[in-house]
Design a protein around this ligand. Structure first.
Ligand code: NDP
Length: 479
């Protein structure tokens, strides 16, 4: 069956198609999608514009009720959706289940915002004047998502946008469109009026401009690479659109000499290699105080070697494949570069090609020691299972190294010293900080996003997600 694009309430096929293939077994086609054209995108933006006045004037709790119903529908399909996600993206089945559940929770959380949409009431300086401010939707919003959290990222953009009263056009990543298509399908089944949610799959390189230039487009929320984010920003800002960008990271975990080293090693390996390291919040640098360097490295090597690489559907798999050939080549390219620049490859870094790995993009998780902070593997986002270990003289040196990159998404510290933990929280340049936890693993009730080159615009998730998707309207009434 072909998965069509959703334009103005109609599922539309295309003259050309995109095959969504399983990265663990390239022979398997998980879904075939209509390849949207710029004309499809323009039609979708127009349809969203036409649907906006009625959706915006619907009572907000009624908008929230559609999200609740969609959550119920998805709740009955967790196993199907999780298995599809593992087959389209490669992450393990437990990881996929966690993501589907998270998407459901996000829909419920923002469904509840329909009954809150907090405004502001303040005393006027003038007698007999009532002063307050309301949140109003923007209009048509374009949502562009990556492949690594193919369901949750779509959910955390769709839900606040819709409950606030906006209408949307979603463009998923071509490598994994099925999981977000399923959310859109559930929203339609839940009673979403025609044109409120539109979905156009197809190459971002041709659809992006049509989205930004679409009639009445007001805002773009993008998650993906810094390169594409910069391109979108330049074009969208020229058109005076509101822009939100969530991009890459080079996330450190600092391990101090007083840390529980077994726990630290477990958190680092989880943070670095879960989801094959294909998380924007994944740990890609470990910065270790010299006194415990040897002891930590020993633990990291043992734990990394013990990981089972394989098909995410197989019980016992810890690390699935890279999502596609391009991502695999990027990972192998950085491993080669790390060796060339003089770092020591302690384990992994090899493509697995012998059966049963010969039909997928499997690579062994790689650990590098003797990494100089100027090396590419210490500075650039790899977005795969490659971890660089750097040595620090002391706490201050560790913070300096941790902050010495362009990015500022997530960061972690492992220590038993409360004072150092709080000092780290204060000094680290990151939008998300964890203490004695992996650098990844965030929750939807709190703001999510980075600083420095990682992010532009207001944060996603949590109650403040509404800030991006609403304008304030301030009212003064004399009575
Ligand atoms: P890309 O930037 O390659 O793609 C992201 C999305 O943008 C895709 O839907 C893509 O479409 C689309 N796109 C590509 N070119 C354009 C264009 N010119 N105009 C408009 N849209 C375009 O990122 P990936 O999908 O490879 O995802 C990996 C990246 O995402 C990593 O850098 C990672 O750090 C980041 N990320 C950030 C997160 C965060 O919250 N900070 C969370 C998750 C990932 P198509 O697929 O068709 O090319």
């Amino acid at each position: 069956m072909t998965h069509g694009n959703l334009i103005g309430g109609r599922w539309v096929d295309g003259a050309e198609h995109i095959e969504d293939r399983n990265p663990a077994d390239r022979e398997e086609v998980v879904g075939v999608f209509a390849r949207g054209t710029p004309d499809d995108m323009t039609a979708a933006v127009r349809a969203a514009g036409e649907a906006f006045p009625a959706w915006a004037s619907l009572a907000a709790p009624a908008r929230g009720a559609v999200l609740f119903r969609a959550a119920e529908l998805l709740d009955g399909r967790v196993e199907q959706l999780s298995s599809e996600m593992t087959r389209e993206e490669g992450k393990t089945l437990p990881e996929a289940r966690g993501e589907v559940r998270r998407s459901i929770n996000i829909l419920r959380y923002f469904g509840g915002e329909g009954a809150r949409l907090p405004g502001l009431l303040a005393p006027s300086e003038r007698d007999r004047v009532l002063a307050y401010a309301l949140r109003k939707p923007l209009g048509v919003v374009g949502l562009v998502t990556p492949w690594n959290f193919p369901s949750a990222i779509a959910a955390w953009k769709l839900a606040p946008a819709l409950v606030a009263g906006n209408t949307v056009v979603l463009k998923p990543a071509s490598a994994a469109p099925l999981s977000s298509w399923r959310i859109v399908e559930a929203l339609v089944e839940a009673g979403m009026p025609d044109g409120v949610v539109n979905f156009v799959a197809g190459p971002g390189s041709t659809l992006g401009e049509a989205m930004i230039d679409g009639p009445g487009m007001r805002a773009i929320s993008f998650t993906g690479s810094c390169e594409v984010g910069a391109e979108i920003y330049d074009r969208a800002v020229r058109r005076r659109l509101r822009v939100q960008l969530e991009m890459g990271g080079k996330n450190p975990t600092v391990v101090l000499a007083d840390a529980d080293l077994d726990r630290a090693a477990a958190d680092v390996v989880n943070g670095a290699f879960a989801s094959t390291g294909q998380k924007c919040t994944a740990t890609s640098r470990v910065i270790v105080e010299r006194a415990v360097h040897g002891a930590l490295v020993e633990r990291l090597v043992a734990r990394t070697r013990a990981l089972t690489v394989g098909n995410g559907l197989d019980p016992g798999t810890d690390v699935g494949p890279a999502v596609d050939q391009h991502q695999l080549d990027t990972v192998l390219g950085y491993v080669e570069r790390g060796v060339r620049e003089g770092a020591t490859l302690l384990c992994g870094g090899r493509r697995l090609q012998e059966p049963p790995f010969d039909r997928g993009f499997f690579v062994e998780p790689a650990l590098f020691a003797n990494v100089d902070p100027r090396m590419a593997i210490a500075q650039e986002e790899i977005f795969g299972p490659v971890l660089a270990i750097l040595e620090a003289d002391d706490f201050d040196d560790a913070v300096r190294l941790a902050n010495g990159v362009a990015f500022g998404l997530s960061a972690a510290v492992q220590t038993r010293d409360l004072s150092k933990a709080l000092d780290f929280v204060s000094r680290i340049e990151a939008g998300l900080v964890t203490v004695n936890l992996p650098s990844a693993g965030v929750e939807y009730q709190l703001p999510f996003g980075g600083t420095k080159a990682s992010s532009v615009g207001p944060k996603e998730q949590g109650p403040h997600a509404l800030d991006f998707y609403t304008d304030w309207k301030t009212v003064y009434i004399r009575y």
